[in-house]
Design a protein. Structure first.
Length: 365
């Protein structure tokens, strides 16, 4: 099974895959309209690409974007939304076989990263009312319903100039400028590479892939910290700890990503259970790299156990990751466990810039 979304040329996708049947039916026109097929062929001829997720059964998800949208948005109530700098999601579909596997969340996350990087003011999508799961996801991640268009579709818009920064999901993929400090989590490479599937390193291979964990925006870290320097709402840098035997660990252990801690829940403290095992499983959900058996083993045997839920806000990418040696040379590696690191905003921004992140386009004041 494929581990993550990829960009693929329209010309290399089989439009006869049953996945596209509903899109052909729903595309503007009659039930037997060929307009979707014509549109698809036009994109193929132009050499365009689209975001897809595939497995052994064929296409499982399909997301197409239209940058530089220049049209007004006419609503059925007579209102007209004037031209603005917008990115339009022209098509988004997740196959039913991926329900509850967080593929939709991953697709929306990749789309919002694209929107951020294009620096457009708004992103919008039109969706029929029957697609309740997609509407729930859009609203969770900060899209606002503004009315119906002339085709009877609901119009949802997200505006970077009007974000609800009190809610990390609604503000995603931006980080609130109200932050006072940031934390750090060190994660062994074999778990890191499944949890943060887009935080690539040159010449690495994911051997343990879980579709729920790899593609969802929410991640769960389970650890046994005696203390923790960050709380829910704080940014957290993700440090990929190299555990191999070859090379120089100081250059292979790197910060790859940045998140927001959305929940910090103590499960056990000094051997005392604060939650039942079922409650623990519910908190973890399908966002962890561990199996149920592994979770039970940790629950029974570890003296301290804490669940940290993270929102995957961004990554540096291959060639941009920030290694331990640079952190050490720049006084950004305190002499303590990474969980106790407490970076100031200026230190956090310095690390982001070293990772080639446009800080002014990520942190919103």
């Amino acid at each position: 099974m494929a581990g993550k979304f990829i960009h693929k040329r329209f010309a290399d996708i089989d439009i006869n895959d049953p996945f596209f049947d509903s899109l052909k039916r729903d595309y503007p026109g009659s039930a037997n309209s060929t307009e979707f097929t014509k549109w698809f062929a036009k994109k193929a001829a132009e050499g365009k690409e689209v975001l897809v997720f595939e497995d052994e059964q064929g296409v499982g998800a399909f997301v197409n974007l239209k940058p530089g949208e220049t049209e007004e948005i006419k609503l059925s109530n007579g209102h007209v939304l004037p031209y603005d700098s917008r990115l339009k999601i022209t098509t988004i579909k997740i196959d039913e076989r991926f329900q509850h596997q967080r593929i939709g969340e991953g697709a929306l996350g990749l789309t919002l990263w694209d929107w951020r990087d294009q620096c457009a003011n708004e992103i919008y999508v039109t969706v029929f009312e029957k697609h309740t799961s997609l509407i729930f996801l859009l609203e969770k991640y900060g899209f606002n319903y503004v009315g119906d268009n002339l085709n009877g579709e609901r119009v949802y818009i997200k505006d970077r100039r009007n974000l609800d920064i009190s809610d990390p999901c609604k503000a995603f993929p931006f980080i609130s400028g109200r932050m006072s400090h940031a934390g750090c989590l060190a994660i062994n490479m074999e778990y890191h590479d499944t949890m943060f599937a887009y935080s690539e390193l040159a010449n690495t291979l994911q051997e343990r892939v879980d579709i729920n964990v790899a593609n969802g925006l929410k991640k769960v870290y389970i650890g046994s910290p005696y203390s923790l320097a960050f709380k829910a709402g704080d940014p957290v840098l993700i440090y990929r700890k190299y555990t191999g035997n070859d090379g120089r660990p100081g250059y292979k252990s790197v910060i790859t990503s940045y998140c927001i801690a959305t929940r910090v829940e103590k499960i056990k403290t000094q051997g005392q259970f604060l939650h039942s095992f079922d409650e623990f499983l519910h908190i973890v959900g399908n966002k962890s790299v561990y199996t149920k058996f592994e979770l039970k083993n940790r629950y029974d045997n570890e003296k301290n156990l804490t669940v940290i839920e993270l929102l995957y806000c961004g990554y540096f990418g291959a060639g941009n990751n920030v290694n331990w040696r640079w952190l050490k040379d720049n006084d950004l590696w305190p002499g303590t466990h990474p969980m106790n690191f407490r970076y100031t905003r200026s230190q956090f921004e310095k690390i982001l810039r070293e990772g080639n992140v446009d800080v002014d386009n990520v942190i919103i004041d």
